[in-house]
Design a binder for this molecule. Structure first.
Ligand code: AMP
Ligand code: ZN
Length: 493
């Protein structure tokens, strides 16, 4: 018996706007596709939030016993600066400015992406395909859509005919837009545009002579449109219809709307049963974004090197901060909010540590089974991590009371509590607990600073025997004190 057979998971489906009971296409198996990063710059914390929401979702599905095939792509071609099929390719532009190969740009930022996600303790996806590795599949879909009459070729480019598609299908159903309104709200098509309608989008773009990233096609040298890669890679690895498609809220339109149109035009049916959208991380109330400069890099969080931060924050603390908000809610980043999360994180982890050493009694004053189901109920309710965390703090309260001798816990209940805490804290929330080294570092720093203070007091009292003893014994442990104009600092060898 798997956990998913006992628990009823509900997911907010962006397509219907409703919370629906999750039923995968093949019992026991889940296919999930998440749009990955465009690797032309370092990921900022906003990008990390979306990927972390889906890492948590992947973790909970696995925890329930599903065999999950999780596909998260790397966009390494075709993403133009402007969503309306104009402007330079983001990667090619970076390559041109830095006078390096586009694939050097791709390599550099893919490595950075993996490095950052690893620090946040992400699980790797099952498949991480790239757009450039799937040009053949993309060409096949374009040919298919052309044959079915939902696309047209102009001067070496191929565009999706949204108006034609909308006669048979419904363009705009994911984002709740109506094509007629979109047409009414757009200005006349620019005279130089090749598109029949401004809503049409590129499946294939002709490469101008200066365009470096180019591939041969039946319509001449060019490159694929951005939306197409996700249709090609998701259906290749998960099938024509799969269970979950995710991404940030900002991808709903036009990206995901166009993915639906492409798949329906090509296969005749809907590609995805549950669309999931993660909400934005904001800073100063505004969306964190690369383009506006309103962003913070994960490395700046970990080093504290950013004006909005009073100190560094470790990756698990930042992860905990993110998990304290529901994935569909906006989350605003601030130093105060991070400080509060840090306190909460340590309170949770200290209790989790203390739990192992609790002396069991004959009976329990706290119903572990009922509490455990409350944790599952929270996660079953559209992955409600803030409610889950509130329940974990309920357990913290009891652990502290048991430690103080004011409550009891039986040995089997203690084992179940430990297992449940480990399942949710480590496996589901992904808060790494193996000797949380940064937490230890903070503690060490506090202790040495206290000893420095005691040594200073001894010196001002001319008690040199004590001050020397502190210095020498710390040195024997590999901690060197250094007296300077700014006071005493220390280093650990
Ligand atoms: P990109 O590399 O621009 O394609 O973005 C990668 C992912 O990050 C997408 O799923 C975006 O929706 C998501 N994203 C971008 N900005 C934010 C933000 N401020 N908060 C949360 N997710 C974001
Ligand atoms: Zn995508």
């Amino acid at each position: 018996m798997q956990l998913y057979q006992e628990q009823t998971l509900k997911i907010t489906n962006s397509l219907t706007g409703k919370k629906e009971i999750f039923k995968p296409i093949n019992e026991g198996h889940v296919g999930m596709y998440v749009c990955g990063p465009t690797v032309y710059s370092n990921v900022h914390l906003g990008n990390c939030r979306t990927f972390m929401s889906f890492d948590m979702i992947f973790r909970y599905l696995r925890h329930l016993g599903y065999k999950v095939r999780y596909v998260r792509n790397i966009t390494d071609a075709g993403h133009l600066e402007d969503d309306a099929d104009t402007g330079e390719d983001k990667i090619a532009k970076k390559a041109r400015l830095e006078k390096i190969e586009p694939m050097e740009v791709v390599q550099r930022y893919t490595v950075d992406f993996h490095y950052i996600l690893d620090q946040f303790n992400f699980l790797p996806p099952s498949i991480e395909p790239t757009a450039t590795g799937h040009i053949i599949e993309q060409l096949a879909i374009i040919k298919d859509i052309l044959e079915k009459g939902y696309a047209y070729e102009v001067n070496g480019s191929v565009y999706f005919d949204v108006k034609k598609f909308n006669e048979q299908y419904e363009y705009g159903k994911l984002s709740g837009r109506k094509l007629e309104d979109m047409i009414a709200n757009t200005r006349e098509l620019a005279a130089q545009s090749e598109k029949k309608n401004p809503q049409d989008f590129a499946l294939w773009k002709k490469a101008e002579p200066q365009h470096i990233m180019r591939w041969p096609s039946p319509w001449g040298d060019g490159f694929p449109g951005w939306h197409l890669e996700c249709t090609a890679m998701s259906t290749k690895y998960l099938g024509e219809t799969f269970d979950i498609h995710g991404g940030g809220m900002d991808l709903k339109f036009p990206h995901h709307e166009c993915e639906i149109a492409q798949a329906e035009a090509s296969n005749g049916h809907s590609p995805v049963n549950y669309w999931m959208h993660a909400n934005m991380l904001t800073m100063n109330g505004k969306k964190m974004a690369k383009s506006t400069g309103n962003n913070i890099l994960p490395g700046e969080m970990f080093s504290g090197e950013n004006d909005i931060l009073s100190k560094p924050f470790t990756p698990p603390v930042v992860r905990f901060f993110m998990m304290q908000a529901h994935y569909t809610s906006i989350l605003d980043l601030s130093n105060d909010a991070l400080l509060a999360s840090e306190k909460g994180y340590h309170r949770l982890m200290d209790a989790f540590d203390n739990l192992k050493d609790l002396e069991p009694g004959e009976t329990s004053d706290f119903d572990i089974r009922e509490w455990r189901q409350k944790c599952y109920d929270a996660m079953n309710d559209d992955f409600n991590t803030p409610i889950l965390i509130a329940h974990l703090f309920e357990a913290v309260k009891h652990i502290n009371l048991i430690k103080e001798g004011k409550e009891k816990i039986s040995a089997p209940d203690k084992a179940l509590l430990l297992k449940t805490m480990t399942d949710f804290i480590c496996d589901v929330l992904g808060l790494e607990h193996k000797s949380e080294s940064n937490h230890d570092t903070n503690k060490l720093q506090g202790v040495v600073e206290l000893l420095i203070q005691l040594r200073n007091e001894a010196r001002s009292n001319k008690d040199f025997a004590t001050s020397d003893k502190i210095r020498d014994q710390l040195a024997a442990m590999g901690i060197q004190l250094k007296d300077g104009k700014e006071g005493t600092t220390f280093s650990v060898s």
